[in-house]
Design a protein around this ligand. Structure first.
Ligand SMILES: *Cc1c(COP(=O)(O)O)cnc(C)c1O
Length: 529
């Protein structure tokens, strides 16, 4: 039976009765979609098992190891060549269950605090399934999914205090920040009468020699900035690192001085990046003052708020990131403190037209039509690098619809309360030392004993970290604070209970005591002494 052009409404399930078996057989082809009702039934059964398994594991994570090593025998599977004939979906899933599922990096676990990695939520997981099932193409145009992304971006912009911003969802903070810096570079060159899209940053013989563009961020700026400087053709030399003060905030006197000496030396400053929530210690630069400096010096003001920008959603923390709303661009992740599964980040551009002018590229095969699928709507491909884009926005939209912004704000507040409570416990413990202030959600600390010198303390704390991970108790990561090896808890975990925090604290002390043979500790000197 031919498909009627007037098929009225969904449900969109394939109605096997309506397919003439003779016609079906005549189409001699293979498909990844099961053809028979029995196959669909088997797939449905498999899907239900997958769902049950994931929910079973997610609801019992606290009783499972936070991380475990992949046994050597199981690693062998990952050396197998591409299967020429398949083993079937059931067998493939069995392999997933035995060889992959137990061996993630642990970031979904309630006692995971490594790097800055979010946990994901069950609802967002299900939303990912809906998005992948529907599989729309998010370049833009006239369908509901781009309207969802446009709405999500405008919600986020309003929450950050820049209601009319352009922007889009991208893979992560690195991409979001790099997009922003690209727009800043475009705007700077245009303001100087140049055309970076035509000429790049090269000195063509017919172009007046331009001065080297330089931009500023603190020494605590995340590593994305170096990559972006290189990739945008500015070069790492263009990224001017400004010293920080004792609170790990950008030293603004040094910033002003550097801008002026750079100008005197023939360089061309175009942008200052403030960080809301630095990766090492969670400090936030004085964004209001940076905004004022940028206005006075005619510089672009960018905020890297990879995780910290979301503090704006928590009433008690909003003040810490004040000034954010004055930025020309903000980049932040939703897969860190926004609880979304990877990947998801957002870049906002105050000037939507500049965003468009930086990236737009017309092509006849992408031309807008008056009606139909390609009629109107936001064309996201003109706001960033990617043409083909997935439906990341759905998980954000679903989670915010379900829980509201206020709940996310409360979870962020809970994380900060737990981190600061942990820091207080560290500071008053006989055998622990706090290594940096805890303005937000990152605790840098170490086990300490007066019987060991600095080098031995570094070695002890590294071994302590590895034992914590290998025993499956918890996953902190590490950093260096000054010269010292620090255990680092970056707490964006919505699954963590107060009991989990207490368990981590006692495990650190226990393993530390075990490593020094249980003796020789006394109250350490106060931090900074
Ligand atoms: C994590 C982080 C980034 C990079 O974000 P990704 O999502 O990992 O690419 C940038 N800046 C800061 C401050 C971060 O914490």
């Amino acid at each position: 039976m031919p498909v009627s052009p007037h098929v009225p409404t969904l449900p969109p399930t394939v109605d096997s009765e309506s397919v003439d078996p003779a016609v079906d057989a005549a189409i001699d082809r293979e498909s990844f979609d099961p053809a028979s009702p029995e196959e669909w039934a088997r797939l449905r059964d498999l899907g239900h098992r997958m769902l049950d398994d994931m929910l079973d594991v997610q609801s019992t994570l606290t009783h499972r190891p936070a991380w475990q090593e992949i046994p050597a025998a199981k690693r062998l599977l990952f050396d197998e060549p591409a299967p020429i004939e398949g083993i079937g979906a059931d067998a493939a899933y069995a392999r997933f269950r035995s060889h992959i599922l137990p061996y993630g990096n642990g970031n979904w676990h309630p006692r995971f605090f490594g790097w800055v990695q979010g946990q994901g939520t069950p609802l967002a997981m299900l939303s990912e399934m809906l998005a992948a099932g529907m599989n729309p193409h998010l370049a833009g145009f006239n369908h509901a999914p781009p309207m969802v992304e446009r709405q999500v971006v405008s919600w986020l912009a309003a929450l950050m205090g820049i209601p009319e911003a352009g922007g889009l969802l991208v893979t992560g903070g690195t991409a979001a920040n790099s997009h922003a810096l690209g727009v800043a570079r475009f705007a700077a060159v245009r303001a100087r009468g140049g055309a970076v899209r035509d000429n790049g940053v090269q000195h063509w013989p017919d172009q007046p020699t331009a001065k080297p563009l330089v931009f500023y961020g603190s020494m605590e700026t995340h590593g994305w900035a170096r990559k972006a400087a290189e990739w945008l053709g500015l070069g790492d030399r263009a990224f001017r690192r400004v010293p920080v003060d004792a609170a790990y905030q950008m030293d603004l006197v040094a910033l002003r001085r550097l801008i002026h000496t750079d100008r005197e030396n023939g360089l061309d400053p175009f942008c200052v990046m403030g960080t809301a929530g630095t990766v090492n210690t969670g400090s936030t630069d004085d964004l209001r003052s940076i905004a004022a400096i940028c206005r006075a010096e005619s510089l672009w003001f960018h905020v890297d708020g990879a995780f910290g920008a979301l503090a704006a959603l928590a009433p008690s923390l909003r003040d810490q990131v004040a000034g954010l709303e004055q930025a020309d661009s903000i980049a932040f992740d939703l897969h860190k403190w926004g609880a979304m599964p990877f990947e998801c980040a957002c870049v906002l551009l105050r000037d939507a037209a500049l965003n468009h002018d930086t990236f737009s590229a017309s092509a006849s095969y992408l031309a807008e039509t008056r009606r139909g699928v390609s009629a109107g709507g936001v064309f996201f491909a003109d706001r960033g690098l990617d043409l083909t884009r997935g439906f990341k926005a759905l998980k954000v939209w679903m989670q915010l619809q379900a829980d509201g912004v206020a709940k996310l704000g409360r979870i962020i507040e809970q994380n900060v309360r737990q981190a600061q409570h942990f820091a207080d416990a560290v500071a008053s413990h006989r055998a622990l030392e706090l290594l940096a202030p805890v303005p937000l959600n990152i605790v840098c600390f170490r086990y300490w004993t007066d019987s060991l010198d600095e080098a031995a303390l570094d070695a002890l704390n590294e071994e302590l970290l590895l034992r914590l991970q290998e025993r499956g108790i918890a996953v902190p990561s590490s950093t260096r604070i000054g010269e010292r090896f620090a255990l680092r808890l970056a707490h964006v975990n919505h699954r963590t209970t107060d009991d989990d925090m207490a368990l981590v604290l006692s495990a650190v002390v226990e393993i530390g005591d075990e490593l020094v043979g249980g003796s020789g500790t006394q109250k350490p000197p106060p931090p900074g002494s």
